[in-house]
Design a protein around this ligand. Sequence first.
Ligand code: 6R9
Length: 651
Amino acid sequence: MTQTRPASDHIDAMLHEDRVVAPSADFQARARMGREDYDRRYRQSLDDPDTFWSEVAGQLHWFAPWQEVLDWQPPHAQWFVGGQTNIAYNALDRNVARGLGAKTAIIWEGEDGEVRRFTYAELLAEVKRAANALTALGVEKGDRVTLYLPLVPEAAIAMLACARIGAVHSVVFGGFSVSALADRLNDAQSKLLITADAGQRRGALVSLKANADEAAALAPSLEKMLVVCRADCEAPMQAGRDVWWHDALAAAGAEHEAAPLDSEHPLFVLYTSGSTGKPKGVQHTTGGYMVGTYLTTQTVFDLQDDDVYWCTADVGWITGHSYSVYGPLLNGATVLMYEGAPNHPDWGRFWQLVARHRVTILYTAPTAIRSFMRQGDDFPARADLSSLRLLGSVGEPINPEAWMWYWRVIGSERCPVVDTWWQTETGSIMLTTLPGAHPSKPGSAGLPMFGVEPAIMTRSGEELGADDGGLLVLKRPWPSMLRTVYGDDERYRKAYWGEIEGVYFAGDGARRDADGYYTVMGRVDDVLNVSGHRLGTMEIESALVAHPSVAEAAVVGRPDDVKGECVVAFVLPQGGYTVDPKELRAHVSKEIGALARPDAIYIADALPKTRSGKIMRRFLRQIAAGRSIEGDTSTLEDPSVLERLAATPSV
Ligand code: 6R9
């Protein structure tokens, strides 16, 4: 059976964690969903999915009804077949029509303290203008539009405007490099790039337009660039190609009808790392993704009319798509967006934001929680956090120590904590507890969401029982699942449905306890999780070998107290060159982005390889973690390589 690799040293503690934290009677009394309701509806979602999903989808607007809830031709699913809808219409027009026009949709705070607010009616008006502006720039239904933006309201407006006309957005995180952006522009064959003159990060301006210009020169499909003015509107504009966002919107008409789109019309592509060198364009479609994010946001976050909901994720990640934009807006919630760093001007910024905007629901990542925890209890103690009523965690396993701190110091032992497991590919939350229905177990994500049928299996597809560690799989399709890998359906079949016959392979190791709670332990493939962000080891390796001084490279993860996992590189110098670690780190930042920069570099004279030439990463992980070498080294071509490596200091 496959070895499951722990994502961090905390796994041991997690396996022996037996604390259980139940929601208060007060919370339960007001919650949208209790235990019996969950049990009944979960059962129905598996036994009679047609009725279950029709009832949920029926709460949203459809221009034409679906004929069939699910058409499953493994591994391809179509949901709400024949139905026509529009996710932007459902998030905006529908909410305005049901009387929420004057309700605040987005409260945005810039890093410099500037605050902007949009009611649902105002957001709809902006999105209508933006949709007209896109059309005027030649964007048509089905065209790809790439977004490379800071976390400003225009990011959400641009996504919704694309969705409104049926253009497919591809959001590229603003921290990604020129070449990462160019690769994504080319893979998607984007016609239009939406960027900004600059973004704010820790008091400094990060010029996005300069990167966008460099990437544009490498992307022949690109015709136009729309530029949001976030800083000083001083960016150089290329005549005939570049247009300011504010000029384009000012020239656009105010009236716009949302396009009725087929339920399976592509909504977006989002690139994520897999176990090969090339990121995968995860393709989501309209109807199923809409229904999945709508339902999970409502139930997992127990959304009430007066909530102020804050998901701290950038829109460059799936969490930002599903839970900063689509899910909460579909539910008519008030969403807080914050542009900047969590430690600007100091580590109290998040807590000041919670206090200033009376945030009731906070959804963030374990890496952030661990960073805050390190700064002590004083920063949160200085802010009034009494508005909070529910806390969420996402992105990586949360160690029980961080969980308890979140619950005790941020939530004053009053707010339930939901630990949500899901992926770019799943589109919406798959495993969690519901805050008013289930006790939480620190470190364990919890139970399956509606329609989700997980199992723990061996590589050969044998199902394991309670408490056995194995591979996490999903046994049936769900509405918000990815439909394919953009432009590479073969990769979709192989990576997700071909690893274990007939089931969706998540790439994570997990176990289920006797109460049915799932604890997800981390990736079992060559994917790292650094501060909640997915990075492929092969991607970093190809960036390293692209540097003239490197002949060969192997990258592994090392457990890290704050980041969860950090990047460790083993490099073999090219004959005649010396490796300059500083230059190599800068090179990786330039090739991929700062988040891929190695924390430690080992300059090696050889790598541990099998006789057939395969690098044995297992041993490199042990060396990187400073552990002694364990396991059978006899398959190695030259076992003495390990001793030499272990004696080499990292730089
Ligand atoms: C939503 C998101 C997905 C990978 C996933 C797993 C890890 C996410 C987790 C978790 C344990 C949780 N992961 N949530 N591990 N507990 N609550 O993060 O998507 O960026 O695609 O990452 O993140 O390893 O496979 P994505």
